[in-house]
Ligand binder design. Structure first.
Ligand code: IDC
Length: 479
């Protein structure tokens, strides 16, 4: 059997010394405007495979404390294209790249370092740049400036640290999430997995989403995530845009009050071409992203299950909707559905290569994968695992039953799926937190007309299975 080529590793440490402050320079400057000492060291490590690479960059400030920075470098060959970055805002023009700090990592004390990175494609050659600048200073630094005798003691400000959590809910612990590499990372920069439930269509099951049911989801199920599934067709959003926008907003607020993440699902399904709903999507996402811009727990899913449509069309759609969200809520994660009902193309005879080779041109995004355990088995699992090594994946919807939403729980396949998602730290939302009369629903029919949602007596087999999986401790890393 032919083995996959091993990724090659390169590491480059730019070291040396720079002194940007001379005594002569201070002599001609007004005393109130002392020139700052500058200096920096950069470590740039790549991990590459045929056609693609991941760059991990450590930026160390060797000068005076800085508040906001821009790292600049130039790719040595022309073929490199930065496709998805994290922990900074990237711009590429020709072979020149800049990475600008974000609010959380802009302050660097003397000696402090921060890590950023990106995925890129290249056509061959060496993807590694050899020279870097930080706020315009060439990073030749391995030592602090030596040319001046400081009249004040060196700064004692400790490197910026992320404060400890002030609560125990998933949002209190993890804060604003961001994509790092192929992972979903918390405010400590550590990969985490969110586990939660999806609503059913809000047009049909509004009665299932109330204080008691959402308390059960957060305190009895110990869920991290509520996916708010807003159908666009089938008596959904298109029939009452303002009304459905309000319902979504209310549910996002309810999730927020309980310290859960909220995933806003623009539930396109039929027709499968997201472009059919492009104008509606723009209107909807402009409204919800403005409303929730100041929250740190909202994730946007711009299209549920594209089908019968090419990846390039989905990508084109996403690249028109994402800027509308970013204009209001620049740091929120956006999730993009994939071809073949978010199967990475598998259900339409394709695979994830089309996405890996032609990713959405935006940072801080993830891709959706959906499965129904009784219908989708080893070949779907293999494709998800293959893709998840290259691009950030999020299972925004799955069922323990067949793809119809009905039938019995396939325990063996569900176990294999859940173990895979846990091992890869892939976040998930299960279809559905509702009492629909179908196997995928967590509650027995009629539950939502009673007042009780806790415990197991109200649950279906699927509900019982999912509650057991979701209730186990998260053990989110906090350092
Ligand atoms: C199903 C619901 C069912 C509803 C049907 C049509 O469970 O009650 O009548 O939609 O709207 C998906 C879709 C999701 C489907 C689900 C199960 O995202 O909307 O829900 N499914 O068929 N993709 C694969 C399966």
């Amino acid at each position: 059997m032919k083995r996959a080529p091993r990724p090659s590793r390169r590491q480059l440490v730019v070291a040396g010394a720079v002194g940007a402050l001379t005594l002569g320079a201070t002599a001609i400057l007004p005393a109130t405007n002392a020139m700052a000492a500058t200096g920096c060291a950069v470590t740039y490590t790549t991990n590459s495979w045929s056609g693609g690479f991941t760059a991990s960059i450590s930026v160390k400030n060797l000068g005076d404390p800085i508040n906001g920075w821009t790292l600049g470098f130039t790719f040595p060959d022309q073929g490199q294209k930065l496709t998805q970055g994290w922990s900074a805002t990237y711009q590429q023009s020709g072979s020149a790249v800049t990475a600008q700090s974000l609010s959380y990592n802009g302050s660097l004390a003397t000696g402090a370092a921060t890590s950023i990175g990106f995925n890129g494609t290249f056509t061959g050659g060496n993807p590694t740049p050899t020279s870097f600048t930080l706020n315009g200073t060439v990073c030749t630094g391995g030592t602090t400036p030596t040319t001046s005798t400081p009249t004040t003691p060196p700064p004692t400000t400790p490197p910026p640290t992320t404060p400890p959590p002030t609560g125990t809910t998933p949002v209190a612990i993890n804060g604003q999430l961001r994509v790092c590499g192929v992972n979903l990372c918390n405010r400590y920069g550590k990969p985490i997995q969110l586990r939660g439930m999806s609503t059913h269509g809000l047009q049909w099951f509004a009665q299932c989403y109330n204080d008691a049911s959402l308390d059960a989801l957060s305190k009895d199920w110990l869920a991290d995530l509520l996916r708010v599934s807003m159908y666009v067709q089938e008596d959904g959003y298109e029939t009452d845009p303002a009304g459905f926008t309000n319902r979504v907003n209310t549910l996002v607020d309810e999730a927020t009050e309980r310290g859960m993440y909220a995933l806003i699902d623009f539930h396109t399904l039929t027709p499968g071409d997201p472009m059919f709903n492009l104008e509606r999507a723009k209107t909807f996402f402009a409204a919800v992203s403005a409303r929730h811009a100041n929250k740190n727990n909202v994730i946007y899913e711009v299209t549920n299950e594209p089908n019968g449509v090419s990846w390039s069309t989905i990508k084109n759609y996403a690249e028109q909707v994402i800027p509308i969200i970013r204009a209001n809520d620049p740091d929120a994660i956006v999730i993009v559905g994939t071809r073949g009902w978010s199967s990475l193309g598998v259900s339409e005879g394709g695979n994830s290569t089309e996405v890996i080779n032609n990713p959405v041109n935006a940072s801080n995004i993830m891709y959706a994968f959906h499965f129904y355990a009784a219908s989708h088995k080893d070949n779907y699992r293999a494709e998800l695992e293959r893709a998840a090594a290259r691009i950030p994946m999020f299972v925004t919807e799955f069922g323990t039953v067949t793809y119809t939403g009905g039938g019995a729980v396939d325990v063996a396949s569900s176990n294999t799926w859940m173990d895979l998602l846990d091992r890869l730290k892939i976040s998930y939302a299960n279809w559905t937190f509702s009492d629909a009369d179908e196997g995928s629903a967590a509650f027995r029919p009629g539950t939502c007309y009673g007042g009780t949602y806790t415990g197991t007596s109200v649950l279906t087999d699927s509900g019982n299975y999912m509650r057991n999986r979701i209730r186990t401790p998260d053990n989110f890393p906090t350092s």
